[in-house]
Write a protein that binds this ligand. Structure first.
Ligand SMILES: [Zn+2]
Length: 143
């Protein structure tokens, strides 16, 4: 997702406990879904899969994964998580390219959150590209 929600004050609050169900919304356990990517046991085959894993990384506050799945040209120096933010649900609205044989792709999504208990959502069209063969997030347009 965009840096709009990223470059916020760092938190000293403990990261949320690893969830049972994967935050990305696929009917799978976190450990067997985005958790495999976060641990480095698997790589995203598609831009959409990378997008899902990045949403999950925001949900579980895995800054290291967010940084390494971010293109070096657009990657921030560090990622701070707003302690009041809880990413609750991801809706994929559309994709272009981003498949196993593509080198670029876009994913349009709506990411739902609660901010200190108040629900909201972020609508973004993200661009993804390959870096050293691996899908990475390039940038996004928030609307
Ligand atoms: Zn997942």
């Amino acid at each position: 997702m965009s840096r709009r929600r990223v470059n916020q004050r760092p938190t000293s609050a403990a990261a949320p406990a690893r969830p049972e169900a994967c935050p990305c919304g696929l009917p799978a356990r976190y450990e067997e879904c985005c958790g495999r990517l976060h641990r480095g046991d698997a790589a995203a085959a598609t831009a959409e899969q990378l997008m899902r894993s990045r949403f999950s990384a925001f949900a579980v506050r895995d800054a290291a994964y967010l940084l390494r799945s971010w293109h070096p040209d657009t990657r921030p120096a560090e990622i701070g998580f707003d302690p009041g933010m809880r990413w609750t649900r991801l809706e994929i609205l559309g994709t272009t390219e981003g498949g196993p044989f593509h080198t670029t792709g876009t994913v349009e999504f709506r990411a739902h959150y609660t901010d200190t208990g108040t629900p909201g959502d972020l609508h973004e069209n993200s661009r993804f590209t390959r870096h050293d063969g691996t899908w990475v997030y390039l940038d996004g347009e928030v609307s």
